[in-house]
Ligand binder design. Sequence first.
Ligand code: SAM
Length: 296
Amino acid sequence: MPKTEYWQWYVEESAPTEQHHHAIDHVYYAGRSEFQQVSVISTPVFGKMLILDGDTQSSQNDEKIYHETLVHPAMAGARDRRDVLILGGGEGATLREVLRHPDVTRCTMVDIDGLVVELSKQYLPEWSDGAFDDPRARVIVGDALAFMREDRDRYGVIISDLTEPLEDSPSNILFNNDVFGLIKSRLADDGIYVLQASTTAFHNLSLHCKMARTLRRHYRYVASFSHLVPAFDTEWAFLACSDTVDLAALDPAAVDAYCGKLAGENFFYDGQTHRRLFSLPLYLRRALAASGPVFS
Ligand code: SAM
């Protein structure tokens, strides 16, 4: 069989000296929104991919690992799942996962970039899988920080599915001590706040630890969990924060009972996966316990 020649490559840098090269089959969109550089491409291994400011956001073939992990541990542990808030979440897959639970009566998603939402509807409909048309979905195009300053509701679960807080990213304003306090004020007393929280690869875990240290000022329980997301080419991490629920201690049988109530089938998450997600390697436990920088 002759080897296919690829002439276009998407190169993601995880460090100035580390790169992952993806051959490109097709470019659906490449341009700039008011807020960020946006590309939608397809690659032979990962299928369609959304890329913002040079960072992979999700890929068709493994997005369920990321989105089930972001959503379901928090929803499984939540005392009240009726009203859920998503900060960011452009592709609509976080919304899709939340709406799979029959307890949910309203899920509000606030994403700053209408172009990302529209391109996701047009080119990545598998991600939202009809969630944007669900009558329980309230989709707002706007800044999540401005929304939380205006909004007076309190939510049982708040999910932060924002881009990495890089200096010139529109998500940067949502990562500081005051905003972590604001988010808590929008959470019910027994609610759970979960966020995508960067990588915990051994060479690059300072941002994750900084988020965890800062959030420990606000919550009794701050649990770190992670798994490899192949399209990101690294271990991807999350933080679950609550004053009443320690997700690391959730019983796998309770997780399986929760999963049994979801519409459709899970790809990745169940009680056994939950145990694996929250079993952290020694180097990470040490890094999380050490003192270090916090967000001011
Ligand atoms: N899985 C992703 C990752 O690995 O970083 C995050 C996915 S999602 C596409 C990130 C979304 O956050 C984007 O659609 C972006 O527009 C949105 N976003 C960034 N800053 C925001 C802000 N200030 N308010 C609301 N949405 C924001």
